[in-house]
Design a protein around this ligand. Structure first.
Ligand code: ADP
Length: 530
């Protein structure tokens, strides 16, 4: 059956775009999580018509398809499907930026458009518009992240919230267009996301109901003025009051970006490798060693990042309120404008002497982070997966999956109160310690009322014992946090069954929708479904 299907795929989209040899399939197996799936073949369509043909053949021959955009999905399974024996539909050749509307500030893009590609386009064509990049780096797909409901940090950080108009190839080969896109000559498809009638877009995110071939995304006009905001506290116990202050600033619209509250350990993973020497070859990282390294690098116990976008007057006013609100809660608070960053760069030596700081090292992280807040994708966060690995990240084009680094993402949502954050930390801390890892927490404000806590389990994937412990650590985190009510916003391919395999009306309804839209079950079996 598979061989016949492959022949049909070759006829439909071309032999060179139907990959079957081990050498061709190798890179689709790269993963930072300890899971490997059998992949039967990879198809590289170039158009919606190609995708329709593929779907029709898959129905005829009962083949399971697994669509990916760029297939990085680091820490959640990369390009590996949820179940074995799928044919991957790699949409990376469909990488056209179909439209950028400067006046109405939106773009229409295909799945293969990477963050780098969109950034470069907006920049080169002086559109005056900015995108919201995730920390996953320049090579990742904008659409792939959006259908997983990923997020960045600018005011347009909730990616799916800024989608208007989708195009989806359904499991029967039909093409569905949302918003007003299904009406001929519709004018407002990419400016009015709700269209008319039931709002269907949501069911094509975190699901297996269709192959998304186009989305309209809203872009932010470059602000007249921008300043990044950095603050830090010296003690771990300062987190509670800091949360109260940050929540107030967000609920009252003083800050419109997200705010990241980053624990010392997490910052260290971005700045350096695991300190094997200081730890005499032992793990997990000892608190005293962590604190002492942090001191030398001027890293606080909790480190905050946010940004102000607006007119000069707005930014000035917001800075005043932030200073007033954070005054008692943080040890350091700095605003960094583009101009300040330029000066710091130009007069590194002088500032180093004056401030007694290692400015070049500081700039190594500050500059790319500033870039991300300004809409420029960067690889600055991609060093973390190399933390425990006995190898260093390359200077550019970092691909932790290809380098077999160990990273499992665990990302539960925590209501933005000190009680919830403290309870959450008290659950996860002993679990990390029990399995021999250090918690590297970031709390990101995904709404003014909730954090998403991104917790990487960073391990040496070349070490079988450590890999086993990393897996056990993840399983225990998931089970204990689910019990306590802290549910991840997104799941890796290894735990879909745990998510959906319970008695639950919600997943019953999802199952009924799946039966209606994909009765043959050909699309991404098991992905956010039973
Ligand atoms: P990235 O490379 O940006 O991390 P991926 O391409 O790996 O993103 O996408 C993440 C996940 O989202 C994939 O594993 C896949 O299940 C799903 N996905 C990605 N693109 C599509 C698409 N165009 N249609 C349907 N599902 C998709």
């Amino acid at each position: 059956m598979l061989q016949e299907a492959i022949k049909a795929f070759e006829e439909a989209i071309g032999r060179e775009y139907t990959l079957t040899s081990d050498a061709q399939l190798e890179r689709y197996h790269y993963s930072t999580i300890p899971v490997l799936r059998v992949i039967d073949a990879v198809l590289l369509p170039n158009s919606v018509r190609d995708v329709q043909e593929i779907v029709k053949i898959a129905n005829d021959f009962k083949i399971s398809l697994y669509p990916i955009s760029t297939g990085n999905n680091w820490g959640y399974g990369s390009a590996n499907p949820v179940r074995g024996h799928n044919v991957i539909v790699d949409l990376s050749r469909m990488n056209r930026i179909i439209e950028v509307n400067r006046e109405l500030a939106y773009a229409v893009i295909e799945p293969g458009v990477t963050q780098h590609q969109l950034y470069e386009y907006l920049h080169k064509h002086r559109t005056g518009l900015m995108m919201d990049p995730t920390g996953s780096g320049p090579s990742c797909s904008v659409l792939g992240n959006t259908v997983e409901r990923g997020y960045g940090i600018s005011p347009y950080g909730d990616h799916f919230a800024y989608v208007s108009g989708m195009e989806v190839v359904l499991a029967n080969g039909e093409v569905l267009r949302t918003s007003f896109g299904h009406y001929e000559n519709a004018k407002a498809t990419h400016t009015f996301k709700w269209g008319v009638g039931p709002y269907l877009d949501g069911i094509f995110t975190q699901s297996n109901f269709g192959i998304v071939t186009k989305i309209g995304i809203w872009l932010m006009p470059e602000p007249e003025h921008f300043e990044a905001c950095y603050f830090s506290c010296d003690n771990e116990s300062d987190l509670g009051p800091l949360i109260d202050a940050v929540r107030w600033l967000l609920l009252n619209n003083v800050i419109r970006s997200s705010v990241n509250l980053v624990h010392r350990n997490r910052v260290l993973t971005m700045l350096s490798r695991y300190p094997w020497k200081e730890m005499s070859g032992k793990a997990p990282l000892d608190d005293e060693v962590s604190k002492s390294i942090a001191r030398t690098k001027k890293v606080g116990a909790w480190n905050g990042v946010g940004a102000l976008y607006g007119t000069k007057e707005e930014v000035r006013a917001a800075k005043k309120v932030i200073r007033r609100t954070l005054r008692g809660e943080v040890a350091r608070l700095n605003f960094v404008s583009d101009k300040a960053l330029l000066l710091l760069e130009r007069f590194q030596g002088l500032f180093g002497l004056l401030l007694g700081m290692n400015i070049p090292e500081m700039l190594r992280v500050l500059k790319p982070s500033h870039g991300i807040l300004r809409g420029k994708p960067s690889e600055v966060s991609l060093a973390s997966p190399y933390w425990r690995a006995k190898k260093t990240p390359p200077a550019k084009d970092i691909n932790p999956a290809k380098d077999n680094c160990g990273l499992i993402w665990f990302s539960p949502v925590v209501p933005m109160t000190r009680e919830n954050a403290e309870e959450f930390i008290s659950i996860i801390q002993p679990i990390f310690a029990r399995h021999g890892f250090e918690p590297c927490i970031t709390f990101t404000t995904v709404t003014p009322r909730a954090f998403d806590c991104t917790l990487p389990i960073l391990y040496d994937k070349d070490d079988p014992d450590e890999t086993k412990r990393a897996n056990a650590c993840y399983e225990e985190l998931l089970s204990e946090c689910m019990k306590a009510g802290y549910i991840p916003y997104r799941f890796g391919i290894q735990s879909m069954a745990e998510l959906t395999g319970r008695k639950d009306v919600f997943w019953d309804v999802v199952e009924r929708l799946k039966d209606a839209l994909d009765p043959g079950g050909i699309l991404s079996p098991g992905r956010y479904s039973r």
